[in-house]
Design a protein around this ligand. Structure first.
Ligand SMILES: [Zn+2]
Length: 83
């Protein structure tokens, strides 16, 4: 018989208590996301709900050759020098 629960991959690990900034935190059995602060005895949950898209997407990166050609063009060269 195994009494141990399966690990919760969505459980986040807080570094500090959000109420007293204590660092003496332990998982609590209130629910799968609960933590107990040993300093102020509060029980709280930390949960990740997802991530929004960035408001501005960066331009796609150009290839190394294209970047080299652009750099050379900015300095007045039209072709890459022979190696
Ligand atoms: Zn606390």
């Amino acid at each position: 018989m195994n009494f141990r629960r399966q690990p919760n991959p969505n459980r986040n690990h807080p570094s500090f208590c959000p109420y007293c900034a204590g660092t003496d935190l332990f998982p609590d059995d209130e629910d799968d996301f609960a933590w107990k602060c040993q300093e102020c005895l509060r029980i709280f949950s930390v949960r990740f709900h997802g991530q929004d898209d960035a408001p501005v997407a960066p331009a796609p990166a150009v290839s190394s050759n294209e970047a080299l050609q652009r750099s050379l063009a900015r300095r007045g060269h039209t072709t890459a020098p022979k190696a």
